[in-house]
Design a protein around this ligand. Structure first.
Ligand code: NAD
Length: 358
């Protein structure tokens, strides 16, 4: 099979779907790689590094398989034709996705978001690899926006208390945020609606905030809360949040707007100079005062809602993503030829353009 690596066209998207390091293992499996000139530049990878790894520089859009990071734009969908295969983020739960168009164009498309969260598929799990980047970077952002130290400092000029950090929503990004905040010397607390998360929170040295709500849903995700649960949660969080210097929110429910966890009253109750980093901006935000994509100051609290944080660390984000893409691709290969076996749950679930008999 021939795989094309395209130059991403979305503003600010600095990641690339395959890095040179992963190419030798693909070549060994009979895969040729053609890379669009400049595809790696956002991640500081020159064309020459791809050539040195055994890829060719050329037109990726004519390849049998196209590997991408961001969902395709209209112009990109127009470049694809019948029989081609596309692998990448396709935002299958987003109402404005391109999946219908890809289907009518006869493109076979695999959405990394739809890979099941099972142990065998962990190596392909791009949501997780990129969420790790986002969780890490969210803490660095919080630390740099903060008017206070994270670690406890004992100096000749006095002692500074450690920052208290609350992470709301402890999936992959939240867990990485807790671990990173701890490494910086913060005192960490985690909260989630899935009770099974409590042990994971404690395993990274954080306290577990228990509000007595169990909303474990399907496939390891959370379900949306009932109105009564929402009211109870917002009230309890309003009381809890007051005591924290930094709040990082990552709560998501598949296919739904981000749950509202931090209301305006909760923000007003925080100490001046506190920081909220809201990673749920793409689906509306977890904080009522969040302005997606902006950093604003409300009630003397800084509220940052960065979008696409993984693209701000393009080197490692691309490296991890490449491993995910290569593993998914390998699962579709038989003797170097593309032959996806849809009795495999990972391929059946992630292929979003297939007609499935009811
Ligand atoms: P996610 O991005 O969908 O959501 C982030 C977190 O927000 C989740 O922990 C969710 O429970 C929480 N949340 C949702 N609504 C909330 C609310 N109202 N209040 C508080 N928290 C709320 O989650 P994710 O990072 O994609 O992880 C989802 C699950 O998948 C986790 O259990 C994770 O451990 C699991 N997972 C499994 C595998 C695997 O086994 N292959 C790989 C990755 C992740």
């Amino acid at each position: 099979a021939r795989v094309g690596v395209v130059r991403e066209s979305n503003a600010g998207e600095r990641r690339v779907a395959l890095v040179p390091k992963i190419i030798p293992s693909l070549l060994k499996q009979g895969v040729q790689v053609v890379v669009e000139s400049g595809a790696g530049l956002g991640a500081l990878i020159p064309d020459s590094a791809y050539e040195a790894a055994g890829a060719t520089i050329g037109d990726p859009w004519s390849a049998e398989v196209i590997a991408k990071v961001a969902p395709p734009t209209d112009a990109e969908v127009a470049r694809l034709s019948d029989g081609q295969t596309l692998i990448g983020f396709l935002a299958p739960r987003n109402a404005e996705n391109q999946i219908g168009k890809l289907k009518s164009a006869g493109v076979q498309a695999f959405a990394v978001e739809a890979i099941p969260r099972i142990s065998r598929a962990q190596v392909m799990d791009a949501l997780s690899s990129q969420a790790n980047v986002a969780g890490y970077k969210a803490v660095l952002l919080a630390a740099s926006e903060s008017t206070r130290f994270f670690p406890m400092l004992t100096t000749a000029a006095g002692t500074v208390k450690p920052a208290t950090v609350l992470v709301l929503g402890v999936g992959v990004a939240g867990l990485q945020a807790l671990a990173t905040a701890k490494r910086l010397g913060g005192r960490t607390t985690g909260y989630d609606v899935r009770p099974e998360v409590a042990d994971q929170v404690r395993s990274v040295g954080a306290q577990w905030l228990d509000l007595g709500i169990d909303a474990a849903g399907e496939g390891g995700y959370a379900r949306e809360l009932t109105e009564a649960e929402k009211a109870k949660q917002q009230q309890a969080l309003e009381d809890a949040i007051k005591g924290f210097d930094v709040v990082i929110t990552t709560a998501l429910v598949p296919g739904r707007p981000a749950p509202r966890l931090v209301n305006a009253e909760a923000v007003a109750g925080m100490k001046p100079g506190s920081v909220i980093v809201d990673l749920a901006g793409e689906t509306g935000g977890n904080c009522e005062l969040t302005e997606p994509g902006q950093t604003v100051v409300k009630h003397q609290v800084t509220i940052a809602s960065p979008l696409n944080l993984p693209a701000t660390m393009p080197e490692h984000a691309s490296e991890l993503y490449s491993k995910n893409i290569a593993a998914l691709l390998e699962l579709m290969l038989v003797d170097g030829k593309l032959a996806p076996d849809f009795s495999d749950q990972v391929l059946a679930d992630s292929c979003v353009t297939r007609e499935v008999d009811a």
